[in-house]
Design a protein around this ligand. Structure first.
Ligand SMILES: [Zn+2]
Length: 261
């Protein structure tokens, strides 16, 4: 009898857990404490390097599998960026760095804020919670104000991306670096038509209603034209090939690491 009872309880817990999981996924996991999320999504198939969680899977997003981490909400390309920041930059070395973070990711912002050696500035045109409201083509900071810039999934929204990139170059101190990530098709050239303003046409052609282009491999040329020395980092530069699936990395993603000489 005792055995049957405990078996029933286990089934009940499992059913409740599934129901709770579905609800959490539907409503979003942001408000739940990290400890609870780590327990809910625990597994051993995947590992998120941002929040250091071992989980069953990364969640799908926009028709793509294995994108966001259910614990910290880091997207696939953000996990790659995190590994690049850890392995290829001085961001975590402990030396004083003034970092400008555009459109701060919820997975990164609280982690950057905890780093005492960072003089951390967040900025965005629309998000009210950032420290500085700014248009990236009218950067309000003086020349050489920052040692580092992090700017992911922003440039594809900006009609005059050359101006914005030049402005990022200007506000960086010599020896500083910027990391850019954009939705990109590395086998194609940039598809751009600034005369298209219909959100439906933009969505179909550029992947989202408010994107003004779909970048291709020549994004690197635009970065060089702004003055940067560009290095491309891909999953194989930061993790062994047999770890890509566990870390939820994709060969479609590229991190552009741009140095100001
Ligand atoms: Zn995570």
């Amino acid at each position: 009898m005792g055995f049957q009872l405990s078996e029933f309880s286990l089934m009940d817990i499992s059913r409740q857990r599934k129901r709770l999981l579905a609800r959490v996924k539907m409503k979003g996991t942001r408000s739940l404490p990290t400890g609870i999320k780590k327990g809910l999504f625990q597994g051993d198939a995947c590992y998120c390097p941002v929040c250091k969680s071992t989980i069953r899977q990364f969640e799908p997003f926009g028709g793509m599998d294995s994108v966001w981490c259910p614990v910290c909400a880091a997207m696939r390309w953000q996990r790659l960026a995190w590994l690049v920041l850890q392995q290829k930059t001085n961001l975590f070395d402990g030396e004083p760095i003034r970092l400008l973070h555009i459109a701060p990711e919820i997975a990164f912002e609280p982690r950057f804020k905890q780093l005492a050696h960072l003089d951390y500035v967040t900025a965005d045109l629309y998000e009210p919670k950032v420290m500085v409201k700014m248009d990236v083509t009218e950067n309000p900071f003086p020349d050489a104000s920052f040692n580092a810039v992090f700017c992911s999934h922003v440039m594809e929204h900006i009609p005059d991306d050359h101006k914005a990139l030049s402005e990022f170059f200007r506000v960086l101190a010599p020896g500083g670096w910027a990391v850019f990530i954009v939705p990109i098709r590395m086998k194609k050239l940039t598809d751009e038509d600034l005369s298209i303003e219909d959100p439906k046409v933009r969505e179909k052609r550029f992947g989202q209603h408010d994107h003004v282009r779909f970048y291709g491999k020549d994004f690197e040329d635009r970065l060089s034209a702004a003055g940067f020395q560009v290095t491309l980092f891909r999953p194989e530069d930061v993790a062994a090939p047999n770890e890509h699936s566990k870390l939820g990395l994709s060969h479609k993603d590229v991190v552009f690491y741009c140095e100001k000489p």
